[in-house]
Design a protein around this ligand. Structure first.
Ligand SMILES: Cc1ncc(C[n+]2csc(CCOP(=O)(O)OP(=O)(O)O)c2C)c(N)n1
Ligand SMILES: [Mg+2]
Length: 341
């Protein structure tokens, strides 16, 4: 079977416009607190979720809106949840990180790594109660070093759970380069537990769709869990307003804001650690440089890549429909939220 590029592009466009709408609500102060977006993860979410059917489960991390949108969760309660309204998906108690949709058997958690045991639980239940159904766990490469994730890989193989582990590798865990805290290679690590593992370019939806299809079919047939390592960019930094990205977006303002405290701390007393201070400044400088190179020179946009595989007129129509759908959902959420306030 071939990937239906129009449907995959539609799914990605809906995800992107939802994320943009969330960013807009956050910038206007309507959503409060930290906001982690999945901009850059559209191809992974769309390519994997396209294989799910009723009764399959999703366990997600702190960037959970893309897979939920791809899965068809109603956008109005989703937006209401983000703004803390009691008619939201979780009565306004979950916020963007702790979401649950009973209808879609989908949940998310801000506890890094927890989507793996949550997915294992769904998969174990499916094994007994709904054979042929599968569970998919999404998590970042930073989570791959969590003990509970490794325990889940082990149990998934030992109990032959119908589970697919999807690791979204954006190379960063907040401000830590994941490579600097990761021993060995994640693919070999997964294989060492005894499950098939493959690497896929997470900016190419057709490639993700292909690889995920094999993994989901394997799980559905009860043959084995699988591990998918999908590289993808972190286009909005760790969270909205990420100070490291702000340095590039508004260099003058940020230099004036960050510069003086940095110089003060460089020269502050007591002077015991004086020799180490240039080293720390070097680390900050290196982090900023690597981030800038990745962000502005290397990172391809998965949505643009997918757009090239769809005829222009079709793409324009899909863009317009998806934009209108998201705008309607935001307006409805704001209207209901206002009426209720
Ligand atoms: C158990 C736990 N430890 C630490 C944190 C703080 N934390 C939030 S997001 C994050 C980075 C996670 O990195 P990764 O899994 O690669 O996801 P990414 O943010 O890159 O998508 C950390 C350490 C947490 N939420 N939970
Ligand atoms: Mg990461």
């Amino acid at each position: 079977m071939k990937a239906d590029m129009e449907e995959l592009y539609r799914s990605m466009a809906r995800i992107r416009f939802c994320e943009e709408a969330l960013a807009n609500l956050w910038q206007r102060g309507i959503i409060s607190g930290e906001m982690h977006l999945g901009v850059g993860e559209e191809a992974v979410a769309a390519g994997v979720v396209a294989h799910l059917e009723d009764g399959d489960a999703l366990a997600l991390d702190h960037r959970s809106t893309p897979p939920l949108v791809a899965r068809g969760v109603d956008l109005v309660p989703l937006f209401l949840e983000m703004i803390g309204d009691e008619r939201g998906l979780c009565r306004g108690w979950g916020g963007h990180m702790h979401l649950f949709s009973r209808e879609h058997l989908a949940c998310s958690s801000g506890i890094v790594g927890s989507s793996a045991p949550l997915g294992a639980g769904f998969a174990l239940a499916a094994q007994y109660l709904a054979p042929g159904k599968v569970a998919v766990s999404f998590f970042g490469e930073g989570a791959a070093n969590q003990g509970m994730l490794l325990e889940s890989l082990n149990l998934a193989v030992a109990w032959r759970l119908p589970q697919v582990f999807v690791c979204k590798d954006n190379r960063w865990a907040i401000t830590t380069r994941s490579r600097s805290v990761t021993g060995g290679d994640l693919l070999r690590r997964a294989r060492s537990f005894g499950m098939p593992a493959c690497r896929v370019d997470g900016t190419r939806v057709e490639a993700v769709w292909e690889a995920a299809g094999k993994a989901v079919r394997r799980a559905r047939a009860g043959r084995s869990p699988s591990f998918l390592l999908a590289s993808c960019p972190r286009r909005e930094g760790h969270f909205l307003g990420d100070p490291l990205l702000r340095v590039y977006r508004e260099p003058l303002k940020q230099t004036l804001e960050i510069g003086p405290p940095l110089v003060r701390s460089l020269l502050s007393r007591p002077l015991q650690a004086f020799a180490l201070r240039p080293l720390y400044m070097g680390i900050i400088g290196k982090t900023l440089t690597v981030l800038g190179i990745e962000k502005f020179l290397l990172e391809p946009d998965p949505l643009c890549r997918a757009a090239r595989l769809v005829p222009d007129d079709v793409r324009r129509r899909i863009d317009q429909e998806a934009r209108e759908e998201v705008e309607r959902a935001v307006s409805a959420a704001m209207e209901r939220g206002k009426r209720h306030a």
